[in-house]
Design a binder for this molecule. Sequence first.
Ligand SMILES: *[C@@H]1O[C@H](CO)[C@@H](O)[C@H](O)[C@H]1NC(C)=O
Ligand SMILES: *[C@@H]1O[C@H](CO)[C@@H](O)[C@H](O)[C@H]1NC(C)=O
Ligand SMILES: *[C@@H]1O[C@H](CO)[C@@H](O)[C@H](O)[C@H]1NC(C)=O
Length: 170
Amino acid sequence: VSWIRKRDLHILTVGILTYTNDQRFQSLHTEGSDEWTLRISSPQPRDSGTYECQVSTEPKISQGFRLNVVVSRAKILGNSELFIKSGSDINLTCLAMQSPIPPSFIYWYKGKRVMNYSQRGGINVITERSTRTSKLLIAKATPADSGNYTCSPSSSDSASVVVHVINGEH
Ligand SMILES: *[C@@H]1O[C@H](CO)[C@@H](O)[C@H](O)[C@H]1NC(C)=O
Ligand SMILES: *[C@@H]1O[C@H](CO)[C@@H](O)[C@H](O)[C@H]1NC(C)=O
Ligand SMILES: *[C@@H]1O[C@H](CO)[C@@H](O)[C@H](O)[C@H]1NC(C)=O
């Protein structure tokens, strides 16, 4: 059984031997079994494409598979900088986008520190794994709530927003 990359018709593996200098490609096989697995370590978006396994029977048989490698990124809805009047609420919604699996947790940071929700009353965090969203609600913001808020899902890169809470009308 051989594994071929269709993009450039590169033969990646033949049997258990790797035929490319890229050692991330490996063929996994247990003797006596019918399974020949192509394993790609540290996949990159550029690895996306069709891969085909070919079996050297007569006639030859083959089967293609489409692989899509995505980079999971979080996104906080709205602008990357927010201006909020003192006394109103801060409402941040974070989405863990294109994550193949739902995140097992989503942390919120203020500056470099994980937020401590008990330090100040009026903080509400609602995380929904199924929709991959987390909402951070801070009631009656004061200038002390200004800062760089980061949402960090377990399964993707983080996203940040800088919040300025301003006193008065100016
Ligand atoms: C917070 O913002 C989200 C999205 O903009 C909105 O759906 C939600 O109703 C808001 N929640 C509150 C309590 O303002
Ligand atoms: C969070 O803040 C509360 C109140 O200031 C404090 O008692 C608690 O130890 C803090 N928790 C952590 C994990 O820092
Ligand atoms: C906000 O914090 C994140 C995470 O620490 C950092 O990557 C980003 O540069 C910060 N943004 C600003 C404007 O300081």
